[in-house]
Write a protein that binds this ligand. Structure first.
Ligand code: BG6
Length: 475
């Protein structure tokens, strides 16, 4: 975790899919910033591997462009030159045994030239169809020893394929070598859910069915599918966002306190809460599609893939029985905002309302994941003026204000560092992942019809009907 502010052991980093978007936008800038902060191994080499024909110089140029466009800071001359010396590129297909042998020899050269000591840190930044070949070749070339591998979602497309992927990985790697990344778990505001819950005595006593009316988790985006039509047609919002990011955040919101803040103890509690989530009923799911989606490149003209999903879940355990959880996510919505809202129960006796002194609203605790990261607690107060009159007010904590000049860390930076240290705390375990697929399985088998919605709105009206008489906190 963050306390490990030390460089990891010497290692070669291999990025499979090095010419792709994720490498360009996230991985190279994150690796560069770690380097600048002295948090890459003292001896490192970064090898990009992909189909595109590039040489080292072109890859270095591409990396510089990545950092300039997507990094937190401009690439500065001196650290950049030092960093760039450690960048290499090996072109090859993932199926190509010759190219993989070449990669193996290249890594052995790095061990000699740059002192990477035979350690390997693989990052599979490729579409999932490439995973089986990558993993098989690593196995065949004997490159799994002293290695860690990070894989990106989607981890399968349903329970069966997730199990198959797990088996495939375990043929070559031990589970302790595998890091399934969900970048939402690298967001500090998501990690803060754990700190807020378990490092304060004020809220946890209320965090249960006795005091909580319902919980809402919304991850709304204003962007569309950004040219990823073909990927999205195979995926949809339930797989792309709900089964992954929303479920991970939900587990942080609802899990029991772990007995120790250690990777397996924390992951045990996450898995327990996934086990307690009741399988979703198709009638508790709303699927939406923004108008215009079918005209996007790579999208079928009669596509019924959802770009919006809202669902109601229950967690059948001692703490949460009977409390509804409403999850919502979508593209081309009104604005980009992600937040979890815990709405508490009504006061037992409406003392003031009875006398006509104004309405009481339920207390709400909103944890804002992005943007305007922070926490808002809202409550009812006496309004200024003569006589008792009730109005709503709030306590507002904003990261930007409270920690001015100390920006939040980019999720990939935090997660890369943790994986390089071998720390699994913020990574997914196979059993929890499988259960998360199982929960959604009924909705995949019997999907409710997709409802069209206007871009720039909060999605189809059916999502409002689903939560009624309650309302989404964000409107
Ligand atoms: C990705 C999804 O995992 O997360 C994208 O594939 C989505 O569809 C993105 O846009 C959202 O991430 P963030 O960090 O921008 O909220």
């Amino acid at each position: 975790m963050r306390q490990k502010l030390a460089p990891p052991d010497p290692s070669a980093v291999v990025i499979f899919g090095a010419s792709g978007d994720l490498t360009h936008r996230k991985l190279l800038p994150a690796l560069y910033h770690l380097f600048v902060e002295g948090l890459l191994p003292a001896s490192f080499g970064i090898v990009g591997y992909a189909r595109t024909e590039l040489n080292n110089a072109q890859f270095r140029e591409m990396a510089r462009d990545s950092v300039a466009r997507f990094g937190r800071t401009e690439p500065q001359a001196e650290p950049w030159d030092e960093f760039a010396k450690g960048l290499y590129y090996v072109p090859g297909e993932f199926t190509d045994e010759g190219a993989m042998s070449h990669l193996r020899r290249h890594l052995q050269d790095l061990d000699r030239e740059r002192g990477t000591e035979g350690r390997r840190f693989y990052y599979a930044a490729t579409p999932p169809a490439a995973f089986p070949d990558i993993v098989a070749r690593i196995g065949e070339e004997g490159m799994a020893e002293r290695a860690r591998i990070v894989i990106e979602k989607p981890f399968g497309t349903d329970l069966q394929s997730a199990r198959d992927l797990g088996r495939l990985l375990h043929e070559v790697f031990d589970e302790s070598q595998v890091f399934r990344i969900d970048h939402y778990l690298g967001k500090e505001t998501v990690q803060n859910i754990l700190v807020f819950r378990f490092a304060n005595s004020l809220f946890e006593p209320l965090w249960n069915r006795r005091y909580v009316d319902h919980v809402e988790l919304s991850v709304c985006e204003d962007i569309g599918i950004e040219g990823r039509g073909r990927f999205y047609e195979r995926t949809g919002a339930l797989r792309d966002m709900v089964q992954t990011h929303l479920f991970q955040v939900l587990s942080f919101l609802t899990m029991e306190p772990p007995v120790a803040f250690q990777p397996e103890r924390l992951r045990d509690e996450k898995v327990k809460v996934f086990q307690a989530i009741a399988d979703v009923r198709p009638e508790d799911v709303v699927r939406g599609q923004y108008r215009g989606y079918r005209d996007e490149d790579g999208v079928a003209s009669d596509s019924d893939v959802e770009t919006f999903a809202a669902l109601r879940l229950e967690i059948d355990n001692w703490r949460w029985a009977g409390v509804p959880f409403y999850l919502r996510t979508g593209k081309r919505l009104s604005r980009r905002v992600a937040q979890a809202v815990v709405e508490f129960k009504d006061v037992p006796h409406r003392l003031f309302e009875k006398e006509g002194l104004g309405g009481v609203e339920r207390n709400r605790l909103a944890m804002r994941i992005q943007p305007d990261e922070g926490i808002v607690l809202s409550f009812t107060v006496q309004a200024p003026g003569l006589g008792i009159t009730l109005e709503q007010a709030g306590l507002d904590f904003e990261y930007g204000e409270a920690f001015e000049g100390r920006p939040l860390v980019e999720a990939y930076e935090a997660l890369l560092l943790e994986a390089m240290h071998g720390d699994h705390t913020m990574f997914l375990r196979q059993d929890g992942l499988e259960r998360a697929w199982e929960v959604l399985d009924p909705a995949f088998r019997d999907p409710p019809p997709v409802q069209e919605y206007e871009p720039g709105t909060w999605g189809p009206a059916e999502a409002d009907a689903m939560i009624a008489p309650r309302r989404w906190a964000l409107l």
